[in-house]
Write a protein that binds this ligand. Structure first.
Ligand SMILES: [Zn+2]
Length: 474
């Protein structure tokens, strides 16, 4: 039988606010255990939470970027359950009235661009972290009360690869917006997946299984691949799929049953009596709207059109907003096609070797543009340019300073160049004959010969003219 797969993703992103959602404790990652805690985030009796306005601002920012419906009235709710990492025995979240609904995330897969529709996005607080050792369990409450947005997609993806692209696209967007660093290893972006299969053509969805514990986008893809195959095998063997939560095992790339899935009603959600509803108006939304950044795919499409670039090259650029901005500053001051090649090959090549990113690059965009222009105007050769680049990368100095200091200017002394060329002609009679027989690439051969002697410093324009003149005279 043929099967169809349905995948929905729930992504939690940790917001880049300085303080927690309901108190002034720091959200800094990597602090000592239980360093950033207070009576509010520890859930002591008698304390009152106060909502961090930045959280609402970030939610609206994301909502506008993903074309969501922004609910001007939304409510914080208590999700009740017991777990040691949850000191209040309830998590403050949103249930019936989330801040954002609908909207979509644009992805690109083998068939082109697609919009993956969203169900909702809501605000919630994070729980603490339990660390299990061989004979005890420890709890770190630093993360308790760190603000999160939970982004719930509709069950609208059909392949593990689409799920992978969805995560990549969403992470790029939250990074562009500056609301989350998207670091999955540190847990600032987490993803649970819901997956079900059904016979091809059947409208009703199959029983869904939730998968947790995936620490990278690749793991999400692998977990889904395994789980789809497992469900198909089960159905083929006349077994029933149970609604449950399964854990991904990164050593075996399989999923294992953890527990049967809770239904929402078991959490006894109710509006939090300590918190006022979140009411926002246009006055709050407008400034955020005016301050939105261009989204990655919009940037990509614009770059391809505006600078006549290849999609594959631009894809690398837009992975980071800082890199894309860097490129654009260089491109505006020089030839964009040369700019992309210098940025992707040289700049990224040097940075990758040292495991650095573009924000750590000492070369200013204006200086890289200058270097490109020097080559394009034949002021220096391509070979010298690479040498200059290497020095710019080390020191951050402008190219002209390096060229002057290192005496790398082109040799334009015609007498001297003529002498070098005469010697090259004299010792290569065969090449001269070839030229006479009409082989024009012989010119390149002599340019190479002169460059070798002058260590790449001969002015290529003068050399070219001299060669044509000299060979013509012979
Ligand atoms: Zn606190």
């Amino acid at each position: 039988m043929q099967y169809e797969t349905t995948i929905g993703l729930e992504v939690h992103i940790q917001l880049l606010t300085d303080s927690k959602i309901f108190c002034s404790c720091s959200t800094k990652f990597g602090s000592l255990p239980n360093e950033n805690v207070c009576p509010i985030c520890m859930g002591m009796p008698g304390v009152l939470p106060v909502l961090n306005e930045k959280v609402v601002e970030f939610a609206v920012k994301l909502g506008l970027s993903l074309n969501c419906k922004i609910n001007k009235y939304s409510v914080m709710a208590r999700k009740n359950y017991f777990y040691p990492d949850l000191p209040k025995n309830y998590q403050i979240s949103q249930y019936e009235l989330p801040i954002l609904q609908d909207g979509f995330v644009e992805i690109e897969d083998e068939d082109g661009f697609k919009e993956i529709p969203l169900e909702r996005i809501h605000i919630e607080e994070d729980a603490g972290k339990t660390i299990h050792t061989s004979n005890s369990s420890l709890v770190d409450y630093n993360r308790t009360g760190v603000p999160l947005l939970e982004i719930v997609s509709k069950p609208a993806m059909n392949t593990p690869s689409q799920a992978y692209q969805y995560l990549r696209s969403l992470r790029r967007i939250v990074r562009y917006l500056g609301i989350c660093d998207g670091n999955m290893e540190e847990g600032s972006l987490r993803c649970d997946a819901n997956v079900s299969i059904k016979p091809k053509g059947q409208i009703e969805l199959g029983t869904k299984v939730e998968i947790k514990n995936m620490n990278s986008f690749k793991h999400v893809e692998k977990a889904l691949e395994y789980e789809i195959e497992r469900q198909i095998q089960a159905v083929e063997n006349n077994q029933k799929i149970i609604q449950e939560t399964r854990l991904f095992d990164e050593r075996t790339f399989t999923t294992k049953s953890m527990r049967t899935k809770e239904e929402a009603y078991e959490y006894r959600y109710f509006p939090d009596p300590d918190l006022l509803p979140i009411v926002i108006d246009n006055k709050f939304i407008e400034p955020i709207k005016n301050d939105l950044v261009e989204l990655p795919f919009d940037k990509m499409k614009r770059f391809i059109k505006q600078y006549s670039l290849k999609e594959d090259d631009v894809k690398t650029l837009i992975e980071s907003k800082e890199l894309a901005d860097y490129f654009e500053q260089v491109a505006k001051l020089s030839n964009p096609k040369s700019a992309i090649s210098w940025v992707l090959t040289e700049t990224l090549g040097y940075l990758n070797k040292e495991n650095k990113d573009i924000t750590q690059c000492k070369i200013k965009p204006v200086d890289l543009a200058d270097l490109i222009n020097l080559v394009e105007n034949n002021d220096i050769s391509g070979k010298i340019a690479k040498e200059v680049f290497s020095k710019m990368y080390e020191s951050g100095s402008p190219p002209k300073t390096i060229i002057e200091n290192e005496n790398l200017t082109l040799i334009q002394d015609i007498g001297l160049l003529e002498k070098v060329l005469d010697e090259a002609i004299a010792s290569n009679p065969k090449a001269v004959e070839q030229y006479k027989l009409g082989k024009k690439n012989t010119i390149g051969f002599f340019v190479g010969a002169v460059m070798k002697v002058t260590k790449g410093k001969a002015d290529p324009k003068i050399i070219n003219e001299l060669i044509i003149k000299k060979l013509g005279e012979i």
